[in-house]
Design a protein around this ligand. Structure first.
Ligand code: ADP
Length: 731
């Protein structure tokens, strides 16, 4: 087990070691110095003692020699043998002391040499004195004096030795004194060092005490922090929002919360019995992946979130998202977080299916699905492959080169479309042309809805497009057919009206002839009445114009002209048709009544087509009333302003009328009750009115007879495709 120290503890330990090392060094040093002092002291003491003994011996030697001298001199002067009593004793002790002295100064070469010399001198002198003493009877005073002189030599040798020894003694005392001083210094230094070390130790101890107090406080804080964290983690585990497991890295699951147990369908008993193991929970095909994750865990300590499946106790599978981390480096346990992905998978699957349904729906309903960004640039298109000419991704609506060559719809419509886009409004069935790869025109009808994000910010459009080229062609073919039919219908009507028309033309011609004859008459008069001539000519011009108008009206109706779009006065157009039919009505005894509203707004559309509608209605009414035996035959034609804007035209007759069941049927193509009828008149009329954005219907007249009405919008709605009124450039 390794113990980790805090940085402050480590610092303290280092300081302590240093102090102990210094202390040990000081103790060793002091011991060494003390030992040296003791040795030196011992040596000094020894030398001192020896010097003292040397001096004592020398003293003794000196007094013995003095005794010997006194005895010998006494004997020599008196020749009294009593002086010689202790003679032998003195000789012996002199010899002994001289030897002892030699032994004492053996360590001092100079003294040793002197002592040796002294001993030899003493022995020689004593023998010399003995000789003198033996010859004392014969010799006299001079011998004694010589003897004394020879003893003086010994004395001076002894004195030399004494001086030397005293000098040594003084030196030894000085050394002893110096040693004593050193001892005092040593003690003082030791005291100071010990005091300093004691102070340092005290300081360290106090620092350590403070550090420990702090560490304890920190530990307490840490502990309570740990407790709080533990509580939080416990809360997370118990909240069962996610599955939490504690595992051994080799696979055993040691702990798990209820969320996890629920997920895998095991209970707590299985867990405590140690029956939960990764290998057992993992389907075989996931095991390799697991092994890689475990390797990563061992290497890095964490496993990034990854998806896998667990096997439930009942054998079913549950998709999960799992992530894990080892507790600490060197341990074999860790914690894992497990999220049940079943719901998400289900939602994803539902989303996928819904998208599939949507795709199928769109695919069968539309030719293309598209999306644009906030700048109206295409960002996404689907099924566009069917449109070989689909706009490129990134190109802007209305700004692609495709729209320009034809500019269909026209510039104004494009402008309006652009305004709709910029106002982020929905649009429907905007029809535009683009060139197909073979150069032919293709028509596409597009619809789009603006898309806003959660904050209400516009992010672009989503929409669909449909190929309408085929439809356009069919419509064009139908239009051409209708035009043919309408023409045929008009020609037929003209045939019906031929007598009446002849009459209408005849009348102004007859009047012209009459007026011309009158003019001639006024010219022949004397004097000619030129005013009357002028009046007659004016009438001729009027009649000529009238006839011309009738003819041009007929021409317009019979001529095959492409449909046009003009502003015109509806009342005037109706009056022209009344002129054409007046005679026919009169022939059948029908009274024609009109109530044309003054100040009627101008209408926009194809004048000839609308005149044909009116003509058809009038002729039908005349025909219906023609079969009546004798009854009032009346035809009312009126125009009025609609409350909602626009105009309404009513053609009412007093004929047999319509069965309520037939009010719709009469508009069906080929429905006729007439032996020579085509049954196309009313069908054509209705389609023409509707092409102008209006409505046409029939009803029973209250007083008997039929009522046919149609409306036209006052202002043409721009959303109505222009196809019905534009000249057909493809034709
Ligand atoms: P056609 O005139 O060739 O029969 P139409 O479409 O003009 O074709 O008329 C269809 C039918 O509607 C007529 O055959 C007739 O039965 C009925 N019908 C038309 N106008 C009137 C009317 N004013 N009164 C009664 N029936 C009418």
């Amino acid at each position: 087990m390794s113990v980790t120290l805090s940085p402050s503890s480590r610092r303290f330990a280092r300081l302590l070691a240093l102090v102990i090392a210094v202390l040990l060094a000081v103790v060793a040093g002091t011991g060494f110095l003390g030992f040296r002092y003791w040795q030196e002291r011992q040596a000094v003491n020894l030398a001192h003692e020896r010097s003292r003994q040397v001096l004592e011996t020398l003293d003794r030697l000196k007094s013995i020699i003095a005794d010997v001298e006194a005895q010998r001199r006494g004997y020599l002067l008196t020749l009294d043998p009593s002086y010689l009593k202790a003679y032998g004793v003195s000789d012996e002790s002199v010899r002994r002391d001289a030897q002892a002295l030699q032994a004492l100064v053996v360590g001092d070469p100079l003294q040793n040499h002197r002592a040796g010399h002294l001993a030899l001198t003493v022995v020689a002198k004593l023998r010399e004195i003995d000789d003198i003493v033996k010859t004392a009877q014969t010799s006299s005073g001079p011998a004694a004096l010589a003897m004394i002189r020879s003893l003086d030599e010994i004395r001076s040798q002894i004195d030399q030795m004494v001086d030397h020894e005293r000098f040594l003694l003084v030196d030894q005392e000085k050394r002893a004194e110096a040693l004593e001083q050193r001892k005092a210094w040593l003690i003082a230094a030791a005291v100071v060092i010990v005091a300093v070390l004691a102070g340092a130790a005290l300081l360290l101890a106090r620092l350590e005490a403070r550090r420990r107090r702090k560490a304890i406080a920190e530990n307490v804080a840490l502990h309570s922090d740990l407790l709080a964290r533990d509580k939080k983690i416990r809360r997370l585990v118990d909240a069962n929002i996610v599955g939490i497991i504690i595992w051994e890295v080799e696979g055993r699951i040691l702990e798990a919360n209820d969320a996890f147990l629920r997920m895998v369908g095991y209970d707590r008993e299985d867990l405590t019995a140690g029956r939960l193991h990764r290998t057992m929970l993992t389907p075989p095909e996931w095991r390799d992946r697991d092994a890689r994750i475990v390797a990563e865990l061992r290497r890095t300590g964490t496993a990034q979130p990854f998806e896998k499946e667990y096997l439930r106790k009942d054998g079913s599978r549950v998709p999960v998202l799992i992530a894990g981390a080892m507790f600490e480096e060197g341990t074999s346990q860790g914690v894992g977080f497990v999220l049940d992905l079943t719901e998400r998978r289900r939602a994803e699957e539902a989303l996928r299916q819904s998208e599939e349904r949507f795709r199928t729906l769109v695919q069968f309903s539309f030719d293309v699905y598209w999306e644009t960004d906030a700048q109206h640039r295409f960002i996404h298109q689907e099924f566009a492959e069917s449109l070989a000419d689909a706009p490129a991704t990134g190109s802007e609506i209305g700004k692609t080169r495709w729209e320009v060559p034809y500019l269909e719809p026209d510039e104004e419509a494009w402008q309006k479309h652009r305004e709709t886009l910029d106002a982020h409004l929905p649009f429907r069935d905007f029809e535009l042309a683009r060139p197909a790869p073979d150069g032919s025109k293709r028509y596409v009808s597009v619809s789009g809805l603006p898309v806003f994000d959660q904050t209400g910010r516009f992010v672009g459009y989503r929409g669909v497009g449909r190929h309408i080229t085929e439809r356009r062609r069919a419509e064009e073919a139908l239009r051409a057919m209708q035009a043919e039919l309408a023409h045929a219908n008009r020609v037929t009507a003209m045939g019906q009206l031929s007598a009446s028309i002849a009459h209408e033309v005849n009348q102004p011609i007859a009047a012209t002839v009459t007026n011309a004859q009158a003019a001639l008459r006024w010219l022949r008069a004397q004097p000619p009445d030129l005013d009357e001539v002028r009046a007659s000519l004016d009438r001729i011009v009027e009649d000529g114009k009238r006839a011309g108008n009738v003819i041009s009206g007929i021409r317009a109706l019979i001529q095959k002209v492409p449909s046009r779009k003009d502003w015109f006065d509806l009342n005037e157009a109706i009056l022209e048709m009344l002129v054409l039919t007046r005679s026919e009505a009169l022939k059948h005894g029908i009274s024609l009544q009109t109530r044309l509203a003054p100040g009627l707004p101008m209408v926009q559309g194809d004048r000839t087509q609308l005149q044909q509608v009116i003509l058809n209605l009038i002729l039908n009414a005349i025909e219906a009333m023609g079969d009546l035996d004798d009854a009032t035959r009346e035809l009312w034609i009126s125009t009025e302003k609609e409350a909602a804007g626009g105009v309404r035209v009513t053609v009412r007759d007093s004929g047999p009328g319509l069965d309520p069941a037939d009010v719709e049927r009469v508009f069906q193509a080929f429905y006729t009750t007439k032996p020579k009828g085509m049954g196309m008149g009313l069908a054509i009329c209705r389609s023409m009115v509707e092409a102008h954005g209006g409505r046409m219907w029939a009803s029973a007249n209250e007083g008997g007879g039929a009522v046919f009405q149609f409306t036209l919008p006052q202002e043409r709605d721009e959303s109505i495709p222009a196809k019905h009124v534009r000249p057909n450039s493809a034709a």
